[in-house]
Design a protein around this ligand. Structure first.
Ligand code: COI
Length: 380
């Protein structure tokens, strides 16, 4: 049996319930809530991450007070000095989570303690002060309760939550800042890829890497995503949906996509995903899929996967399917892999769809929550 990762162990520790942490972020008055017509227009037309709710969670860190001024305030622009450290040296971390409306109208989220542990792993790497898991949970609970009307209920929709921390001290020296802001914003969202469960085409990039040994590839910080943008622009110009990055050390093994992990389904029913080498984000969706497949007796291995072995496997039929996964992308089939010297179709089959359905059934309360991953935020 696979040994749990440190994040999985931290996430599994008993956590306070929503009512125990609620009220930590104090709700401020809001006199400009979205009008009923604006609300209806947004909810009738959900895309990903373009519309935002009425409120946001916000706290500030200073050396003398730690995290303080924890509030739920009206969503809106921030005031940031042009010398604010994050604008110059990118000292920031973030997370991605979702709140789901279940059939009875109640609101839930999925493995929030995993995200709480991971933002602190990211914070440690970026020399940012940690946030207690109680405060992290409270920020989610208090924001979602304030914004409850924005949690959609149609299949494939959710309230996407984006917690983030950034250095707000004004100075130009290169050092860890002495002031930080923590925020959570929320966006009622539909599918990340506009075609939903349609397969995506990947460009395998051999020129650029998103992260290298000893870098920041295993934590969630804007710089990793910034480094993926130029390759993504080039790939999009050539008609591809996403980029598959190879490892920076050898330029031969699969790492991950710009913002998603990658899985390979073998014809014998086993499933593979690149091992967590330090360059790869330990995705919560990745971890969940590994755990439920293993529990069902599927042979899942986390290993070095060379690009050549995938191309050979596609050629011989040993590789049956491939998919990408992440909080935003959920489980998305991969339909094509191409680079300068190859362009191959990847079969799209039932296994990916089955994994998507199993995962979303747990998240939506349609399947038994046998791993204790659901966290109730609010009653109907
Ligand atoms: C997520 O999946 O939540 C992320 O943060 C990745 C990003 C591509 C949206």
């Amino acid at each position: 049996m696979r040994k749990p990762t440190e994040l999985e162990e931290l996430a599994a520790r008993p956590a306070p319930g929503a009512d125990e942490v609620a009220g930590t972020f104090v709700r401020e008055p809001h006199d400009q809530l979205a009008s009923e017509s604006d609300y209806e227009r947004v909810m009738a037309n959900l895309s990903f991450g373009v519309d935002f709710t009425d409120y946001m969670a916000h706290a500030t860190w200073t050396a003398d007070k730690g995290w303080h001024n924890k509030r739920i305030e009206p969503y809106g622009p921030l005031t940031l000095d042009p010398a604010g450290a994050v604008l110059h040296y990118g000292q920031e971390t973030f997370e991605g989570m979702k709140a789901y409306r279940h059939d009875d109208g109640s609101i839930w989220t999925f493995r929030p303690t995993y995200n709480a542990a991971r933002i602190n792993m990211s914070n440690r790497r970026l020399a940012i002060p940690e946030i207690s898991r109680e405060d992290y949970l409270a920020s989610i609970v208090d924001l979602v309760r304030a914004d409850a009307r924005w949690v959609p209920s149609d299949e494939g929709t959710s309230l996407y939550l984006r917690p983030f921390v950034f250095a707000s001290e004004s100075f130009l020296g290169v050092r860890a800042a002495s002031r930080y802001e923590y925020l959570v914003i929320a966006s009622p969202s539909g599918a990340y890829f506009k075609n939903g469960l349609q397969p995506i085409d990947l460009w395998v990039d051999r020129t650029y890497h998103r992260a290298g040994p000893g870098g920041m590839g295993d934590v969630k910080t804007g710089g990793n995503y910034a480094s993926s943008l130029l390759p993504k622009v080039r790939a999009a110009e050539a008609g591809f949906d996403e980029v598959l990055f190879l490892d920076a050390a050898t330029n031969t093994n699969l790492d991950e996509l710009g913002g998603m992990n990658v899985f390979v389904v073998m014809a014998d029913g086993s499933v593979k995903t690149p091992a967590l080498t330090g360059n790869i984000l330990p995705g919560g969706t990745r971890s969940s899929i590994i755990q439920f497949l293993e529990a069902e007796g599927v042979n899942v291995s986390e290993e070095t996967i060379s690009l050549q072995s995938v191309l050979d496997g596609l050629d011989s039929g040993d590789v049956a399917e491939m998919f990408a996964c992440g909080t935003a992308a959920v489980v998305t089939p991969i339909g094509r892999l191409a680079s300068e010297d190859f362009d191959v179709a990847v079969p799209v089959g039932e296994k990916t769809k089955q994994i998507y359905e199993e995962l979303t059934a747990i998240q939506l309360g349609h399947a038994e929550d046998r791993f204790g991953w659901l966290y109730k935020i609010a009653d109907a």
